[in-house]
Design a protein around this ligand. Sequence first.
Ligand code: 6GU
Length: 246
Amino acid sequence: MKIDLVTIFPGILEGPFRESMIKRAVDRGLVEINLVDLRDYTRDRHRQVDDTPYGGGYGMILKPEPIYEAVEDLKSKSGSGTARVILLTPQGRRFNQDAARELSQEKHLIMICGRYEGVDERVRSTLVDDEISIGDYVLTGGELAAAVVVDAVVRLLPGFIAEEAAANESFSESLLEHPHYTRPPVFRGMEVPSVLQSGNHAEIDRWRRMQSVKRTYERRPDLLEKARLLPDEKAYLEKIEKQQDK
Ligand code: 6GU
């Protein structure tokens, strides 16, 4: 997969992809991530990327010409000549795990980091395939949102994590994680649940699944609508729902 990130602040995006797991994916060739400075596609002496809004008002608007030229150039450099062009904007559709999975199937993503005040409407209407927001709050620009999307997409690429972990994750998706513990067995008087120290893997698996169901019920009951529960998980959920009613 190839991901081009078009931004007026490449410095913001330098850190996130040069550390840890995403760096490893880049080093192993699972993904190529390019930071593209929008100013490199300006033609004027001042390398101007934004201008005042027609009709007046607050803030600056990203000009259409550099964005069009950047996207056309990046598309022409892509082997297939096609790419999915995504604008990061608070007005986009809400990003979630389904959207991450969908984007992870693409060969080439071109992500345009909008500025909060806006991007010329002609970019949105004719150049962009998809508009994405990462949540209902306002960021100063799309760069941090792009980093979030890239992180979520890259970890889904084949080969990124062990097959077993990926299978386990898809099985338990739309449930929250069960509690985790590591050594020591007693820390400041707090003990690791004995089932986890029992070595009984069937019991451990069952305990973890029930803890996931309980946690999801307590914290994110909305997720349970999408969850596909096993019969014993359903029974457990009904039991804790009944206890709640009392
Ligand atoms: Cl993609 N951009 C901005 N500026 N703010 C956001 C966002 C994106 N997603 C959530 N808030």
